[in-house]
Design a protein around this ligand. Structure first.
Ligand code: SF4
Length: 225
């Protein structure tokens, strides 16, 4: 039977809210500001979030820098709203992980031509989630970890949750399953991106996804001629 990851996440939130104890500390791996906008909005009322920005898959450093700046700017905006009381929630922290694109190229080797959602992406999800789980274990400062990756309709949430749960067992840390695209999460992220004027890229992040998007655009234009 298919699992409903959104419902499982909501059940966890309800459970921790009902106990009335200190809010759990969540290490939230984020792929970019637009995707995180909804995930943070959804969770920050119940959990104390630290955003972990670890994305060596973004092959071009200029692009990487742009995305980091946007991630930090969004969190600053949310925090100022939380402080002023116009947004309900706990203040959000952010940690930037190491950036070495070679870490991505190593795991993508031999899978360069896979289409999006294929084996290259599965390895890419694992690279990023593994580092998040490692960071959680190293610091010992969090109750669970999760990822914004399940927001995108282009990503395989079953695979992401399967990897997260495997790493959870391997590192002895709790993984909070999710499917942020449910409850119109993806649409809400587009609204929030407009509201905060976030830089929104049209490809996932690696050079292979950029080339794939360019091919798709060229094909679309060719058909319209
Ligand atoms: S398309 Fe996205 S998820 Fe897939 S390998 Fe590239 S950066 Fe990673």
């Amino acid at each position: 039977m298919n699992r409903n990851y959104q419902q499982e996440m909501d059940a966890y939130i309800q459970e921790v809210t009902e106990t009335g104890s200190k809010p759990p500390r969540l290490l939230l791996h984020s792929c970019c500001a637009p995707c995180s906008s909804y995930c943070i909005e959804y969770l920050c009322e119940f959990l104390e979030i630290t955003v972990f920005y670890y994305n060596p898959n973004i092959s071009e450093s200029e692009e990487y820098k742009k995305r980091v700046v946007e991630q930090k700017r969004l969190i600053e905006c949310y925090n100022s709203e939380i402080v002023s009381g116009s947004r309900k929630g706990f203040k959000i922290s952010v940690v930037e992980g190491d950036y070495d694109p070679q870490d991505f190229f190593d795991i993508a080797k031999g899978y360069e031509n896979c289409p999006e959602r294929g084996e290259r992406c599965h390895r890419c999800y694992e690279l990023r989630l593994r580092r998040t789980a490692e960071y959680m274990r190293e610091t010992g400062g969090f109750d669970c970890f999760a990822t914004t990756l399940t927001l995108s309709p282009l990503k395989d949430s079953d695979k992401i949750n399967e990897i997260g749960e495997r790493l959870s067992a391997e590192y002895g840390v709790m993984f909070l399953v999710s499917d942020f695209k449910k409850k119109n999460g993806y649409l809400r992220s587009i609204e929030l991106s407009k509201e905060y004027d976030l830089y929104r890229q049209d490809y996932c992040g690696c050079v292979y996804s950029k080339a794939q998007r360019q091919r798709e655009k060229a094909e679309k234009e060719r058909k319209q001629e």
